[in-house]
Design a protein around this ligand. Structure first.
Ligand SMILES: [Fe+2]
Length: 249
């Protein structure tokens, strides 16, 4: 599905699969954001065919982070010539295919320890790097916590500030703070302290469009979700407030 000019969603909740893969189109090439997991690749291939994207070579695949449902198809694209991009920390776990890659959450309880994936990483990015791919510039904003190398990728399209948010951000509209939700905390390298610092960092980011790897996209005023995530952490991660503890004699 066409999300914005040059940005296509290839798989994910809207397609009945787990991870949202995106294609960013240049003049004669594609960059893929999110390698996806089981079931995503077949749907992504069909979506690319539908939108006439199959004829373009994929030059880069951006790995949002190292959990298995985000790297399973990386090797497929690399064998076709794509460069694999990951951020330091997760670049190591993507290559190692170790415990950091395996999701142990209840949602993923069918995953066994034998179900591991790994892939060589060609570009090890760090905070602030700008990587040119498919005639667009992707800026890396390192936001550790969910995993050590989790990050946002920033893109400016049609004057809109767009972030690919991986698993860091997930919106679910209909409850408080317009549905801001915090990232899953069950990974072996999850670090709440680091994640809180990352939430502080994103709380004041200007943002229009948020494109997460799971769940709902946000097509306007994305900054409200980012701000809401920080507020949610402030409220949920601390002990009872003074007012709650105070007892009248
Ligand atoms: Fe994840």
């Amino acid at each position: 599905m066409l999300v914005l000019h040059d940005i296509y969603q290839l798989s994910g909740y809207d397609f009945g699969t787990v991870s949202s893969m995106f294609a960013v189109k240049g003049k004669n090439s594609l960059a893929i954001v999110e390698a996806g997991g089981k079931g995503d690749l077949e749907v992504a291939a069909r979506t690319m065919e539908y939108w006439g994207l199959s004829k373009y070579p994929v030059t880069h695949v951006f790995i949002t982070h190292s959990h298995f449902d985000h790297i399973e198809n990386a090797l497929f694209f690399r064998k076709q010539g794509a460069k694999i991009v990951a951020v330091a920390g997760d670049a190591d776990s993507v290559e190692a295919g170790d415990d950091r890659v395996i999701d142990h959450g209840p949602f993923c309880k069918e995953v066994s320890r034998e179900r591991r994936f790994s892939c060589p990483v060609d570009i090890r990015a760090k905070d602030g790097d700008v990587i040119r791919a498919a005639d667009h510039e992707f800026q890396v904003i390192h936001l550790p916590g969910h995993t050590d190398g989790s990050h946002f990728l920033k893109l400016i399209v049609e004057g809109k500030i767009v972030y690919f948010t991986g698993d860091i951000e997930r919106a679910y509209y209909g409850d408080d703070f317009r549905g801001a939700r915090l990232a899953w905390s069950g990974g072996s390298d999850y670090d709440r302290k680091a994640f809180f610092e990352s939430l502080k960092k994103i709380a004041d980011l200007p943002a229009d469009v948020l494109l997460p790897s799971h769940g709902q996209k946000t097509m306007a005023d994305g900054w409200k979700i980012l701000r809401g995530m920080y507020l949610r952490a402030l409220l949920d991660w601390r002990g009872p407030s003074v007012q709650d503890e105070y007892k009248w004699d």
